[in-house]
Design a protein around this ligand. Structure first.
Ligand code: OAD
Length: 235
């Protein structure tokens, strides 16, 4: 463990955490772009777009129910729990790109799920949100309020971030002392940009990832290893 990282975190007051699929890899949820990644065998643009949903909503729902089963069967790991522990000692905010719900299940409370949540459906018309578990197990669920089709509450390719989500991270980043970037390839650029914004505003940028990412060239410290091992040591 880098002493500089441990010291910086110990001295930090405000910590921004940005996570991606890698933090849930040790919980058994495949990452998006790794070998065996979730998109393998499925063209993302065939399933995770508004156009795909308009074309074949049944197929999109089947795929998301399959993914939901994987996420719900998984348990938070030591990496998720270390981030929860950080909240007890620091002014911390976690921005996650993951939709698996594992941060919340590990007890992290100040959390922004930038890309939505696999357990939630949203009405395509009135935007009502409902837990998927309340809506029946097959087909395209109907909105209990207006009877229009519901869709997964997930940010799809080609869609813009919901109001307030990125802004909350950007506002917090301004005064962060440390920004921890964990388990993301950085290929979806908006969350990585929030981390880089924190760095530009003076935060020390610490990356946790066993492999180099788009963020690595900008990291002040790269802790090269799996989150479930590195984060408990660090925190
Ligand atoms: P990726 O699959 O692109 O990247 C996963 C990252 O996790 C890689 O950099 C791996 O090296 C790293 N990794 C693997 N195992 C790890 C471990 N045990 N500990 C730490 N890191 C590990 O996933 P994301 O960057 O999260 O968006 O992908 C971003 C977005 O792309 C997703 O949220 C999704 C997708 O399109 C939407 O669905 C909107």
């Amino acid at each position: 463990m880098s002493q500089e990282a441990t010291r910086a975190l110990a001295e930090a007051r405000r910590v921004l955490v940005v996570t991606g699929a890698g933090i849930s890899a040790e919980s058994g949820i495949p990452t998006f772009r790794g070998a065996g990644g979730l998109w393998e065998g499925h063209a993302a643009q065939d399933l995770a777009t508004p156009e795909a949903f308009a074309r074949d909503p049944d197929l999109v729902w089947r795929w998301y129910r399959w993914r939901r089963g994987i996420c719900n069967a998984a348990e938070p790991n030591a990496g998720h729990r270390a981030i929860t522990a950080l909240e007890a000692s620091h002014d911390a905010l976690t921005l996650t790109q993951n939709v698996d719900g594992l941060h919340a299940r590990a007890g992290t409370r100040r959390l922004v799920e930038l890309h939505g949540n696999i357990d939630t459906a949203r009405c395509t018309d009135c935007a009502t949100l409902r837990p998927i578990g309340e809506l029946g197990g097959a087909g395209v669920p109907e909105c209990p309020l207006c009877c229009e089709p519901m869709r997964p509450h997930i940010l799809w390719f080609g869609e813009t971030y919901w109001d307030g989500t990125l802004d909350r991270g950007i506002g917090f980043a301004r005064d962060a002392d440390v920004c921890l970037v964990v388990g993301t390839s950085g290929q979806v650029t908006a969350p990585a940009q929030v981390a880089l914004h924190a760095k530009r505003c003076g935060a020390l940028l610490i990356e946790v990832n066993p492999a180099a990412s788009e963020v690595t060239p900008f990291a002040d410290i790269w802790l090269r290893g799996p989150a479930g091992q590195v984060l408990p040591d660090l925190v």
